[in-house]
Design a protein around this ligand. Structure first.
Ligand SMILES: [Zn+2]
Length: 153
């Protein structure tokens, strides 16, 4: 009997410790792959992005009255948060989604501001552009160059 009681206590402790150590889900499932890619691309360039030490919240929310694709909110008391507007998210392809999430993480993780510098063809040199002055041509052919600019500038 004593033995069984011990097992029950042990089991309860195990359940409670599992329950208590479970971290809150800061990142919406659909965005997880893009946050992972962001830290991988940073690591390739020698930059550490560790969401454990510097958590970022990432949400997809519907903001019907907002024409913005996404934004970053700074919060030094909890964690920075990127919001992706679900008004546009479903119609973006994988490249556009990656560029959008990387842009917002550029603000929220790398603390970059907007950059509207253009090349000779008039294209934005950075995916950190404001969307007001120029357009980029982020594609399979230009991705490396844009990501070098994003992380290494
Ligand atoms: Zn921006």
């Amino acid at each position: 009997m004593k033995h069984r009681f011990g097992s029950v206590v042990f089991l309860l402790c195990l359940i409670m410790s599992l329950h208590c150590s479970k971290e809150p889900d800061l990142v919406d499932a659909e965005l997880r792959i893009y946050l992972e890619r962001f830290s991988e691309e940073a690591a390739v360039r020698g930059i550490e992005v560790d969401y454990k030490t510097e958590p970022v919240e990432a949400r997809i929310e519907l903001h019907e009255r907002d024409v913005q694709l996404g934004w970053c909110n700074y919060d030094f008391e909890t964690q920075n948060m990127i919001t992706i507007n679900n008004l546009f998210w479903p119609i973006l392809n994988d490249f556009e989604k990656e560029k959008l999430v990387f842009h917002e993480l550029g603000h929220c993780v790398l603390y970059r501001t907007h950059l509207d510098e253009q090349d000779q063809a008039g294209l934005c040199k950075s995916i950190m552009h404001s969307g007001q002055a120029c357009a980029d041509n982020y594609s399979v052919n230009t991705r490396e160059r844009y990501l070098d600019e994003l992380f290494l500038r």
